[in-house]
Write a protein that binds this ligand. Sequence first.
Ligand code: GTP
Ligand code: MG
Length: 508
Amino acid sequence: MFVWMVDLEEDIRSLQLDSAEDINGVVNPEDEKPDVDKMDEGLLSGSDPKQEVQAQSVEAEPKAKVKEILSVQDEEDEQMKKRHLNVVFIGHVDAGKSTTGGQILFLSGQVDDRTIQKYEKEAKDKSRESWYMAYIMDTNEEERVKGKTVEVGRAHFETDTTRFTILDAPGHKSYVPNMISGASQADIGVLVISARKGEFETGYERGGQTREHVQLAKTLGVTKLLVVVNKMDDPTVNWSKERYDEIESKMIPFLKQSGYNVKKDVSFLPISGLMGLNIKTRLDKSLCSWWDGPCLFESLDSIEVPMGDPKSPFRMPIIDKFKDMGTVVMGKVESGTIRDGDSLLIMPNKDHVKVVAIYIDENRVTLAGPGENLRVRLSGVEEEDILSGFVLSSAANPISTVTEFVAQLQILELLDNAIFTAGYKAVLHVHSVVEECEIVELLQQIDPKTRKPIKKKVLFVKNGAIVLCRVQVNNVICVEKFSDFPQLGRFTLRTEGKTVAVGKITAL
Ligand code: GTP
Ligand code: MG
């Protein structure tokens, strides 16, 4: 069993689902100018409850942060502008993702003391005293009562060089689909690990979400990972170098097996999310004499990530939509550039739309490029006619639409060690699409060791196999070949709450 696991992990790596090689150039496709136009209040209120944090912090702290607007004529100066990165917080349940995310917002001045006191009281009333920092990210009642994130929380903060969007994923295994959606929007991942006695072990076990999240993150295109060893303040840890080293030394081989180049793409650091230590400023030597490395903000600042191409055809998968003086869609730009006044298509329905306004956070901008999370107000389409999974797309070169495609699949772990054959049904997750699918034909098996096709006709495969197959969906979906747009051509197959396979689309 163990041997199989190692093989499997190697296979995930070799499945080459990392996009870095396919995309060139770091691009910050905007430039900024002082603000003229603030995002309408209605736009915020019509959005998901997770935006509350930001809405609140804007109110709570009217500090005249200079709002900036992009302009087309300043496009040449775009390299000067602060870059934007989406960071997904992943890791086992209760590792401290929301607490750390909340602490980051507090330390970067997004949340004031009064709000913290309010959360302390609310957490105490719910007998969840230690969760008050997590309440900054966990905004709905169910999350606060149970102390568990359900939906991906979103918030924004800035360091000297970068504007970050935090995507706080749930750790509980029931909510892996939400984690997948968060990770598929992310450029980098912060893997939060609890150093508390027993907690690292549970997360790292087979079936623990430390493992599942790392493998999914890699599959979903999160090319860089920051591993934060959290809860270093806990009495069972007490900033122990031995514990930190133990966790690091156990994680490194696993990260390698999952496809990460640990030297290039991964860094480790100790923190206490709850106490806010080694987050915005470096650790005090009197507390932790052995750590000479950077704090979390420094580490985040120094990560370099290749971005999508601003000159390629425009693609923005829609993750949400609402009505606000027209139709507003939300999503992350995966490729190309969008400008005010652009005529675009909403695929797969081919609805012709015009871009009325573009917003990044609460700021109105006139253009935006790859990696940006946007709200785009459109004319020419009704909100009811849009579903999440649709793609706002260049009109001249729209995204492909299919009901069938060919993919290279890596089988991870089938339920009850079932066999995988034509007729197998699962749920397909590709960018913001979630759709039932059926494997209609196995075309060719690939030898996981040699990577060469196996000549013999293939009728079924088992765990660990790599197989080329035809996949069918009931409704038309928007996807691309992995080689053309990696982020729009990589996917996972899940069934009954488990990830059974990962794959990349090889032909449409
Ligand atoms: P899910 O959203 O359910 O996956 O959990 P999470 O990873 O977001 O964990 P959360 O932030 O909700 O924290 C879980 C518990 O761990 C809470 O009781 C926190 O107070 C505690 N915790 C988080 N960070 C630290 C830390 O640095 N030190 C200590 N001692 N406890 C922490
Ligand atoms: Mg959480």
